[in-house]
Design a protein around this ligand. Structure first.
Ligand code: NAP
Length: 305
C-alpha cells in the first residue's frame, strides 16, 4: 500500500482527463480516494487539483505514488505511449500495483501491455466503459472487465465508484472484446434512430411527439433517449467524437476480420461516417452527427425550429 494511502484505501492514479476521464476522476475523489492525476495538457487537471487531487509531471511520477493506476487516454498507441513509452507508467510503477485500462483499445494491445508489466510484477485489468459522458458524470457507467478474477475482486470498489454495472468477462483482453461488441450494437441503434427520424421529418410528423411516443416501445435505445433530442436541436457538440467512434468501428471490423465474422451493418455505418468526416471539423462532431450523412442522402434536415 502506498504511503499516501488513506486508511486502507489504495492511492489511485488517473491518466487522461478528457470528456470521460475528468468526471470519472471526480467521482473517485467523491468516493474518498486519494487521487494522483496526470494529463498531457496540464491545465485540464486544474479543476481536479482544486478538489484535492495531486498533479504529477509524468505517468512515471504518478505511478511511483499510486497503488492502482487508471488509464483513460484515446487509442491503442496512446495507451502504449503513456504506459510503456519514455517517462511512462512502467518507469515508475511499484511491484504489486494494478494498471486498469479503461480506454477502448484493441484486445491485442491490452495483452501486450499486460505481458510487459507482468515482468515488473504488475497486474492489468482491461475495463472499458459504456454509458457516455452522462454515465461518467453520474457514475452509472457499464464496465466490462478482463483480467484475473482475484485482481477484479480487489479493484471492484474502485470500479463501483465510477460505474453501476460492473461485469467480469474473463481473461485479460476480454473486456475490450465485449466493448467492441457493445460498439457494434450501439452504432447500429444510432443508425436506426437516424433513419427513423429522417423518414419522420420528410413525412411531416411532429418529431418531438414521435420521440415521446417511441421512448416507451420496442424502438427505445440509448441513442433514442440521449441523442435524438440533440439531433432535433442541431446540437452536434461531442459527448463521443466521430473520430473515436471510427476508431472503435475499425477495431470491431479488425476483430471480425480475424475471426471471419461478416459485419454488414457495422461496415455501412463506418462508411457513412466518412461523409461526415469530410465536412470541415466533421471528425470532432459528436457521433450523433451520423444524421448529417442520412440527411444528405434524403435531401432534408431533421430539426425542430
Ligand atoms: P477525449 O475527451 O478526447 O480525451 C482523451 C484524453 O486522452 C485527453 O486527456 C488527452 O490528453 C489524453 N491523451 C490522448 N492521447 C494521449 C497521449 N498520446 N499521451 C497522453 N495523453 C493522451 O476522449 P474521451 O471521450 O474521454 O475518450 C477516452 C477513451 O474512452 C477513448 O478510448 C474512448 O473510445 C473511450 N470512451 C469514450 C466515451 C465517450 O462517450 N466519450 C464513452 C465510452 C468510452 P489531452 O488533454 O492532452 O489531449
Amino acid at each position: 500500500m502506498n504511503s499516501q494511502s488513506v486508511n486502507t484505501q489504495p492511492a489511485v492514479g488517473f491518466i487522461g482527463l478528457g470528456i470521460m476521464g475528468k468526471p470519472m476522476a471526480k467521482n473517485l475523489i467523491k468516493a474518498g480516494y486519494h487521487l494522483n492525476v496526470y494529463n498531457r495538457t496540464a491545465s485540464k487537471a486544474d479543476e481536479l487539483v482544486a478538489l484535492g487531487a495531486v498533479p504529477h509531471a509524468s505517468p512515471a511520477a504518478l505511478a511511483s505514488k499510486s497503488d492502482v493506476i487508471i488509464v483513460m487516454v484515446s487509442d491503442s498507441g496512446d495507451v502504449e505511449q503513456v504506459v510503456l513509452g519514455p517517462s511512462g507508467v512502467i518507469e515508475g510503477v511499484q511491484r504489486g500495483a494494478v494498471v486498469i485500462i479503461t480506454s477502448t483499445i484493441s484486445p491485442s494491445t491490452v495483452r501486450n501491455v499486460a505481458a510487459k508489466l507482468a515482468q515488473k510484477d504488475v497486474e492489468v485489468l482491461d475495463a472499458p466503459v459504456s454509458g457516455g459522458e452522462e454515465g461518467a458524470k453520474n457514475a452509472t457507467l457499464s464496465i466490462m472487465v478482463g483480467g484475473k478474477r482475484g485482481i477484479f475482486d480487489r479493484c471492484l470498489p474502485i470500479l463501483r465508484a465510477v460505474g453501476t454495472n460492473v461485469v467480469h468477462m474473463g481473461e485479460v483482453g476480454m473486456g475490450e472484446m465485449a466493448k467492441l461488441c457493445n460498439q457494434i450494437m450501439a452504432s447500429l441503434n444510432l443508425l436506426a434512430m437516424c433513419e427513423g427520424l429522417t423518414l419522420a421529418a420528410k413525412a411531416g410528423l411532429d418529431l418531438e411527439k414521435l420521440l415521446e411516443a417511441l421512448q416507451g416501445g420496442a424502438a427505445r435505445s440509448w441513442a433514442l433517449v440521449n441523442q435524438a433530442p440533440k439531433v432535433l436541436k442541431g446540437d452536434f457538440r461531442p459527448g463521443f467524437t466521430i473520430k473515436l467512434q471510427q476508431k472503435d468501428l475499425r477495431l470491431a471490423l479488425g476483430a471480425a476480420e480475424e475471426l471471419h465474422v461478416p459485419l454488414l451493418g457495422c461496415s455501412l455505418v463506418h462508411e457513412l461516417y466518412k461523409a461526415v468526416e469530410a465536412e470541415p471539423g466533421g471528425e470532432l462532431f459528436g457521433n450523433h452527427a451520423l444524421i448529417r450523412a442520412i440527411e444528405k442522402l434524403a435531401g432534408c434536415e431533421v430539426r425542430v425550429p
